[in-house]
Design a protein around this ligand. Structure first.
Ligand code: PMP
Length: 357
């Protein structure tokens, strides 16, 4: 607290990221990072970009990256917006596209940064409850009795549940709300979903947000992007150019372009994570856990006889870190990132031991 803070600062409830502890031999399964390093071509490109040219500002528009992403996703470069991680892209969307007189609708259980942005930018919101099995029901997002959303945002797959909403249901929401922007946060879609990017040519109210932090193993580089109608992208550019002209530095642009160009690495590493996930789900189920169907690089699981917080604490004593949320309806669940096969084996071994006691 300080009398020098503005009223807005006093009122903020900041997001708390998953911890990054400095513990030896830690099995870190708490922040959904990729278990393997990025494409070697990314490292090479970053080495090459590490030169005297760093005295110069980067391209404020990151045109090379937009062109590469546009080609990869079959859209025009002016339909692509890039930012310093998808968190920054989302922040600009909250301020520039999601703040209207009518409230923003979002799931009651989803990415916990959304309410934080609502607080920061003064966005009125309405939490739409997930169904009893913790899924999104598209019908809950359609106008009802003349009441409609001012805008809509949800992750797909949802976080922290990992559940996927089929593309046809995403389309129902977008088509059913022609006067509201719908942001689909596809941070985890590469691990098992069909992207709604295929719909942006049809729906001018759809913005799809992606990140390089998960499927491209570049959480440390901070690159995210959005694809949508060029008018939506222009809105985001207006906000960005009123905030920070250079969100992506030279190394980030070079690394991200190289990542997009290495499609083989991308496909292969996503496949590996999915294979490990399926094995992990089978082993956790055998231990008596109830595991929600996951289309992401994490699973969401609870044990009918064990307390979620106690399980997380017992794992922590064994230097294994998973994420536990003290929120209603999900406080018995653990969100566990899919690690390497070895890390998952250590996790399953530890859980088997804990459950014996
Ligand atoms: N969206 C969702 C649903 C996430 O879980 C995360 C990761 N915390 C992000 C966006 C942000 O990822 P980044 O800023 O690293 O791109």
């Amino acid at each position: 607290m300080s009398r020098f803070w503005s009223a807005v600062t006093h009122g903020l409830t900041p997001y708390v990221p998953g911890e990054q502890p400095k513990i030896d031999n830690l099995v870190k399964l708490n922040t959904n990072e990729h278990p393997y390093g990025p494409s070697p071509r990314v490292i090479e490109a970053i080495h090459e970009a590490t030169s005297d040219a760093l005295r110069l500002y980067p391209d404020p528009n990151a045109d090379r990256l937009k062109t590469a992403l546009a080609a990869r996703h079959g859209v025009q470069p002016n339909q692509v917006f890039v930012g310093n991680g998808s968190d920054e892209v989302l922040a600009h969307a909250f301020q520039g596209l999601l703040k209207h007189e009518l409230p923003l609708w979002m799931p009651d259980i989803s990415y916990s940064f959304y309410p934080v942005y609502c607080g920061l930018y003064g966005v009125q919101s309405r939490a739409v409850p997930l169904t009893a099995d913790l899924s999104i029901d598209a019908r809950d997002y359609l106008p009802q009795d003349g009441v409609r959303a001012g805008a809509i945002i949800f992750p797909n797959p949802n976080a922290p549940t990992g559940r996927l909403l089929p593309l046809a249901d995403v389309e129902r929401i977008v088509a059913g709300n022609p006067d509201a922007v719908v942001v689909v946060d596809e941070a985890y879609v590469d691990f098992g979903g069909d992207s709604a990017i295929s719909l942006v040519g049809t729906y001018p109210n759809l913005l799809v947000v992606h990140t390089f932090s998960k499927s491209r193993s570049l959480a440390g580089l901070r690159v995210g992007f959005a694809i949508g109608h060029r008018d939506l992208v222009e809105g985001l550019e207006r906000v960005k150019n009123s905030f920070n002209s250079y969100p992506l530095d030279r190394l980030a642009i070079a690394g991200a372009v190289a990542s997009v160009e290495d499609e083989a690495w991308f496909q292969d590493s996503c496949r590996k994570v999915v294979a490990t996930r399926e094995e992990l789900v089978a082993q956790m189920t055998a231990l008596g856990f109830e595991v929600l169907p996951s289309a992401a690089n994490f699973i969401f699981a609870r044990h009918p006889q064990r307390d979620g917080a106690e399980l997380a604490a017992a794992l922590r004593q064994r230097a294994i870190i998973v994420r536990h949320f003290k929120a209603p309806r999900i406080d018995q669940f653990l969100r566990i990132t899919v690690g390497t096969d070895e890390q998952c084996a250590i996790l399953v071994g530890a859980l088997a031991e804990i459950l014996k006691n």
